[in-house]
Ligand binder design. Structure first.
Ligand SMILES: [Zn+2]
Length: 75
């Protein structure tokens, strides 16, 4: 319910914004990019899956999450 509300608020406030991220921005050289995510949470979920598959990171620590968030682009 809390998550649903969060998505709803995001949609209402930032419905037209798209979130994107490149691994390159945090110094990863894999060339991976995520484009067109509709929320920061959605983007982070996608990145977590990529990080596990491509970078062997079973868990992303808080520092890395903060670093990723700083490099998320909103358009
Ligand atoms: Zn990557």
């Amino acid at each position: 319910m809390k998550i649903y509300l969060c998505y709803y608020v995001n949609f209402m406030l930032f419905g037209k914004k798209k979130y994107s991220f490149s691994c390159e921005d945090i110094g990863m050289k894999c060339g991976y990019q995520v484009k067109g995510a509709s929320s920061e949470d959605e983007l982070l979920q996608i990145i977590k899956i990529h990080a596990e598959k491509a970078h062997g990171l079973k868990q992303i620590n808080q520092d890395l999450i903060e670093n990723i968030k700083k490099n998320i682009k909103k358009k």
